[in-house]
Design a protein. Structure first.
Length: 219
């Protein structure tokens, strides 16, 4: 199967929730010298974008969405060892999690993988993470960046609490806060004084690299 064809097949199988076939094609791709990051950026992320669009347009049922979500999570776990092999020297450390009150993790998991592929060491705090947990982990694990994800508008205010906690702790000079998620916007990031905003998983790596450069330059 050709390069472009296998990526299209993976994307389509993800949208259809055909977990077994999709995982087999993911394995085939990386075993045939298609990088895990390429699979992630050119098949899995576009596939999940289509799944999300189907859900919001009421064209997809909840069971269908759940099948695709389960397949996506398993694909992320399958690709993670390859991502770690492909990355270069570790550039910095981040802790990432979905904010308190929010249990969604697909977007967070995708961002974590992108950051790992960019050379960051990632500490995944999971879901329902409080500002205190973010701050404690970032300080104890010597993280450069805290990454906060949210899918619910009702949990977005927690991001502001994280930003405030970092500043009040006096560690903002070496720990930056980066936010993202479907309802989050650049305007919201500016409103709460977050240091960075990522519109999607693919751009998260660029944002994290910029923040790391600011820390190291003392900006």
């Amino acid at each position: 199967m050709k390069y472009k064809e296998i990526l299209q097949q993976i994307e389509e199988e993800l949208v259809q929730g055909d977990r077994k076939a999709m995982l087999a094609h993911c394995t085939e791709a990386v075993e045939n010298e298609i990088t895990a990051r390429t699979v992630l950026e050119n098949a899995l992320i576009p596939g999940m974008r289509r799944v999300s669009e189907k859900f919001h347009s009421a064209a997809g049922s909840v069971p269908e969405i759940m099948l695709s979500s389960r397949a996506m999570n398993e694909a992320v776990e399958l690709l993670r060892p390859y991502i770690l092999q492909e990355r270069g020297n570790v550039q910095g450390r981040v802790c990432i999690g979905t904010v308190a009150g929010d249990l969604h993790d697909i977007g967070k998991n995708l961002v974590a993988m992108i950051l790992e592929s960019e050379g960051f060491e990632v500490i995944d705090l999971g879901v329902d993470v409080t500002p205190a947990q973010y701050l404690k982990t970032a300080i104890e694990e010597k993280c450069d960046i805290i990454c906060c994800s949210a899918l619910l508008t009702t949990t977005m205010p927690v991001m502001a609490e994280v930003v405030r906690a970092v500043r009040e702790a006096g560690v903002h000079d070496h720990i930056k806060v980066m936010i993202g998620g479907a309802p989050v916007s650049d305007a919201f990031a500016h409103a709460i004084d977050a240091d960075g905003y990522s519109v999607d998983a693919v751009s998260a790596g660029e944002t994290a690299r910029r923040l790391l450069a600011e820390i190291r330059s003392g900006e």
